[in-house]
Design a protein around this ligand. Structure first.
Ligand code: ADP
Length: 271
C-alpha cells in the first residue's frame, strides 16, 4: 500500500533573523498509511507542532522532502490538492471559526472552492451529523462550549472530504468532557476509514491510537503500537512522558469496545 504522507530525511529550522536559525527537526523519515490512527507525542518544545505543520505543506523542509500522495509539498501548483487531502484542526477553536452561524461556518471552505449548493448542503449535513452537532446548526458558535466549538471546526474540515486529518493539540484547550467528545469524534472518523494523526502531550490520549510516534528534541525516538511503546516505561519517564495507568487504559479499551460493538450493530442493521 502506498503511504498518504511520506517524509524523507526531513530537517527544519526557524529563521530568527538573517544570521540566526533554530534547528527544530533533524533528519526525520516517516510514512503514514491510509486508515492509520497515529499519535505524535513528546513534551513541550520537542517539535511535534512543527512536524504536524510539515504534513500538509503549511511549512516546508529546509532539507529532505515531504510527499502527499506523491505530490511534493514544495510544489506550489499542488498546494491546493495537498491541503484538500490533508486537513488540519488546531488548538484554539475560536481561531478556526469564521461565520456567525454554525452551519455557515461548516460551509465556509466549500463556498471558497465553489461546491454547488445541493452538494454543499449534503456535505454540511453529513459533517454535522458525524460530530453530533446537527441540533446546533442554527446557533451562533460563540454560544457553544469549547468541545462543541472544536467539533464545529472539525465538521468544517470534514466537509472538505480530506483523506487524512491532522489534529494539532486540538484537545489541549478543552476540559475533560470536551476532550472526550473530540477523541470520540476522532475514533469515529477513523472507524469510517479516515486517516487520523493527533499531536498531543497527553499519553492517555495517545493510547487511543493504533500507532504512537515519540518525538524528542526534533527526532523520532520511538515508533510502534501503544503496547510496544508502553513497555519502555523507564525511557518514557526519562522523556517526562507518563505511561497511562491501568485504569486509564481500561477506560480506553472500554470505549474502543463500545464503539466497535456499536459499529457491528449498525453494520448488521439491528437498530
Ligand atoms: P511542540 O509542539 O513539541 O511543543 P514546537 O514544534 O511548537 O514543539 O516547537 C519546537 C521548537 O521550535 C521550540 O523550541 C520552539 O520554541 C521553536 N519554535 C516553534 N515555533 C517557532 C517560531 N515560529 N519561530 C521560532 N521558533 C519556534
Amino acid at each position: 500500500m502506498d503511504p498518504i504522507i511520506r517524509l524523507e530525511n526531513v530537517s527544519f529550522s526557524y529563521k530568527i533573523n538573517e544570521k540566526t536559525k533554530v534547528s527544530v527537526l533533524k533528519n526525520i523519515s516517516l510514512s503514514i498509511f491510509p486508515g492509520e490512527y497515529v499519535a505524535i507525542i513528546g513534551h513541550n518544545g520537542s517539535g511535534k507542532s512543527t512536524l504536524s505543520k510539515l504534513l500538509n505543506g503549511i511549512l516546508t523542509p529546509d532539507h529532505g522532502e515531504v510527499w502527499v500522495h506523491g505530490h511534493n509539498t514544495k510544489d506550489t501548483n499542488k498546494k491546493r490538492a495537498i491541503r484538500q487531502a490533508v486537513g488540519m484542526v488546531f488548538q484554539h477553536p475560536d481561531n478556526q471559526i469564521v461565520a456567525t452561524i454554525v452551519e455557515e461556518d461548516v460551509a465556509f471552505g466549500l463556498e471558497n472552492i465553489g461546491v454547488p449548493r445541493e452538494e454543499m448542503k449534503k456535505r454540511v449535513d453529513e459533517a454535522l451529523n458525524v460530530v453530533k452537532m446537527s441540533p446546533f446548526r442554527h446557533r451562533p458558535p460563540h454560544h457553544l462550549s469549547g468541545g462543541q466549538k472544536q467539533r464545529v471546526a472539525i465538521a468544517g474540515v470534514l466537509a472538505m472530504q480530506p483523506e487524512c486529518i491532522v489534529f494539532d493539540e486540538a484537545t489541549s484547550m478543552l476540559d475533560s468532557f470536551g476532550r472526550k467528545e473530540v477523541i470520540q469524534v476522532m475514533r469515529q472518523m477513523n472507524n469510517m476509514g479516515m486517516t487520523i494523526i493527533t499531536v498531543t502531550h497527553h499519553m492517555s490520549e495517545a493510547a487511543e491510537a493504533g500507532r504512537i510516534i515519540v518525538v524528542e528534541d526534533g527526532e523520532i525516538v520511538m515508533d510502534g503500537t501503544p503496547r510496544e511503546i508502553f513497555k519502555h516505561k523507564q525511557e518514557l519517564e526519562a522523556l517526562k512522558l507518563e505511561v497511562p495507568s491501568v485504569s486509564q487504559m481500561a477506560e480506553v479499551i472500554h470505549r474502543q469496545f463500545a464503539d466497535f460493538s456499536r459499529d457491528i450493530i449498525h453494520e448488521h442493521e439491528f437498530i
